[in-house]
Design a protein around this ligand. Structure first.
Ligand SMILES: N[C@@H](CCC(=O)N[C@@H](CS)C(=O)NCC(=O)O)C(=O)O
Length: 282
């Protein structure tokens, strides 16, 4: 039964606040013509709109929601480390052997000269640097929302095995080769072999549904379509970034997407609809 989603606050139209700018690609990541706008480093795909990565979508949502002008610079997977090192962007993690892991999203803000990596650190940076823009963590909820990310990630553990193979096919050839090589080394088998089949496939798919159902249970407690009720916040952008990933990697017409979008009273598709104003790729 379709759930009634109540009390959505209507945002001002976003388009009028955003610059009319083309996205660009530069092999060294250096780009001298951002016109004072923030540069947002993202990973391209073969999709018409190019954007696909859940982590970088969190930053796109953050910038769009805050109506902060920016331009996207597309960096293929094998160029991420060199680009970050070249720009002085800090790594976001360490491998088990202690070596640094460089990831996107990252941003460069010419107004402060700062480079920031990690989607949550970027959100915090934008929140403190642009305090009069719409809040990602209203009412001092940053601690709770940080805890939410960990809880959400835990519920999503069974999903990734269904993602990696189709994700790889969606990437441009250089990124696809890098992604396949690094992930197959990490998992010790082919991406295709990661996808569980037959009865095991159904059991794992049911576990994914159950995890997402727990997230739905948290949403159902709030008085509105968003985690904080009628106002979107970081938590919704994290969840929606994953929903966009599913729609993209499996495709609108796929059995998987039709399945997920029918679950939980249509909650996930509805969430994307409610956040439509913040999904521009510029
Ligand atoms: N904690 C980071 C994770 C970012 C992340 O894992 N990004 C992936 C793309 S979705 C990446 O850049 N991976 C680089 C690689 O695997 O070499 C964040 O939230 O920004």
């Amino acid at each position: 039964m379709a759930r009634t989603l109540r009390g959505v606050s209507t945002p001002p139209p976003l388009r009028q606040f955003l610059p009319r700018c083309a996205s660009s690609t530069a092999s060294d990541g250096k780009e001298g013509t951002s016109g004072g706008q923030i540069i947002f480093y993202d990973i391209p795909s073969r999709l018409p709109e190019r954007a696909w990565s859940p982590n970088t979508w969190k930053t796109r949502f953050s910038l769009n929601y805050k109506r902060i002008p920016y331009k996207t610079q597309w960096i293929e997977y094998p160029d991420i480390e060199a680009t970050c090192k070249n720009l002085g962007i800090t790594p976001t993690a360490n491998k088990s052997n202690g070596s640094a892991v460089y990831t996107l999203p990252a941003i460069h803000d010419p107004a402060t000269g700062k480079y920031v990596s990690d989607s949550l650190a970027i959100a915090q940076y934008l929140e403190t640097t642009y305090p009069t823009t719409p809040k990602l963590f209203p009412d001092n909820t940053i601690g709770l929302q940080t805890a939410f990310i960990y809880a959400h990630r835990h519920q999503m553990a069974n999903m990734w095995q269904f993602i990696y193979a189709p994700e790889c096919s969606m990437l441009n050839p250089r990124s696809a080769e890098f992604f396949r090589r690094t992930r197959e080394k990490m998992f010790g088998r082919s991406l295709e072999n990661l996808v569980p089949q037959g009865d095991q496939g159904e059991a794992e798919w049911a576990k994914f549904k159950a995890g997402l159902g727990r997230v739905e249970g948290w949403y159902a407690k709030s008085d509105g379509p968003f985690m904080l009720g009628s106002t979107p916040s970081w938590a919704d952008f994290v969840v929606a970034s994953h929903v966009i990933l599913w729609r993209n990697v499996w495709g609108q017409e796929s059995k998987q997407w039709k399945d997920v979008s029918s679950w939980h009273g249509g909650r996930w598709n509805a969430l994307l609809e409610h956040l439509k104003d913040y999904q521009q790729v510029v």
